[in-house]
Every structure is written in C-alpha cells, then in structure tokens.
Design a protein around this ligand. Structure first.
Ligand SMILES: CC(C)(COP(=O)(O)OP(=O)(O)OC[C@H]1O[C@@H](n2cnc3c(N)ncnc32)[C@H](O)[C@@H]1OP(=O)(O)O)[C@@H](O)C(=O)NCCC(=O)NCCS
Length: 140
C-alpha cells in the first residue's frame, strides 16, 4: 500500500450541484446488477436517458425522441444500495433539438450525505411530429 492510499479514492462531495436541476432520484435493485454484482451500465444509461428528457420536454411540448448520446462516461461503479441523484442542465436549444448534460451522484449504503459522481453524459433530444419527423421548437 502506498503512503497516501487516499489518492486513488474517488472524490467525496458534501453537497450536490447548485447550478443544475434535480430531475430524478432512484435506488437500483438486485435485478439491475451485472455479473460482477455492480449495477449494469445499460440500466444506468436508461435512467440517464429518462432524466435527461425532463428539461427538453419543457421546450418540445409534445412528442420527442433521443437522437444522440453525445458523451457518456462511467466514472465510478454504481452499487446495490446506492441512492442515485440525477442532475441536469440545459446546454443548447437548436431549431428542432435540445441538448442537456446529466450528472449522477451516488450516496453509498450507510454513507448518506456523502456524494460520489458516478456518471456524466450529454444527450440531444429532437421534437417530432405525429409522423416522427423533426418539428421546430416554439420559441416563447
Ligand atoms: C430523431 C429523428 C427524427 C431525427 O431525424 P433526422 O432526419 O436525423 O433529423 P435532422 O437531421 O433534421 O436533425 C434534427 C435535429 O437533430 C440534431 N441531430 C441529428 N443528429 C445528431 C447527432 N448525431 N448529434 C447531435 N444532434 C443531432 C440536428 O442537429 C437537428 O437539430 P437542430 O434542428 O436543433 O439543428 C430520427 O433520427 C429518428 O427518428 N431517430 C430515432 C430516434 C429514436 O428512436 N430514439 C430512441 C432510440 S431507442
């Protein structure tokens, strides 16, 4: 063990982002695990896609679809028993699309009040019409 074994530990935060919006909180269950016993990455991606859609829905005001996962980083594993907080922020409103970032923070089992950033991602959603074609976003 090195003299400073804390150097390899993920940063633990005492607070959650003040400049982003809390859009989802969820606790993964045993059915969401992979063969390692950690939470399956696809489950985390699905939750992020749902969380990311919250802010764009305000602008699309109707049907929309995820067109791109521009970036997705699994910074730390998600574990059974974690309480996950999903924070989101508007990046860009285009003609038919809205892009947001999503950051996910885990409170480990028996360590509530301490937050570890486990995932960060950027998604783009497109407002679509009844035929599934892009439609312009109404600017208020
Ligand atoms: C979403 C969809 C209707 C867009 O159709 P399209 O013909 O690609 O539309 P366009 O090329 O006009 O692009 C529409 C918007 O998406 C944006 N876009 C398209 N591809 C993109 C990409 N790879 N990354 C970021 N933005 C993208 C465009 O910049 C445009 O935004 P803007 O109007 O704000 O400038 C079509 O791609 C689709 O149906 N995809 C499947 C969606 C889906 O099923 N999602 C769930 C996956 S399981």
């Amino acid at each position: 063990m090195s003299a400073d074994s804390s150097a390899n530990l993920p940063a633990t935060l005492k607070s959650l982002p003040a400049d982003m919006e809390l859009v989802l909180k969820v606790i993964p269950m045993p059915a969401d695990c992979n063969a390692n016993g950690d939470i399956f990455g696809g489950w985390v991606m699905a939750q992020c896609d749902l969380a990311g859609s919250v802010i764009p829905a305000r602008y699309a005001k109707g049907r929309m679809a995820t067109v791109a996962v521009n970036e997705f980083i699994f910074k730390q594993p998600v574990r059974l028993g974690d309480i996950l907080s999903f924070y989101s922020k508007l990046v860009r409103i285009g003609r038919t699309s809205v892009t947001v970032t999503v950051e996910v923070f885990a409170e480990r089992f028996r360590a509530q009040g301490e937050y570890i950033k486990v995932t960060e991602a950027t998604f783009t959603y497109v407002a679509i019409d009844d035929d599934g074609r892009p439609r312009p976003i109404e600017k208020d």
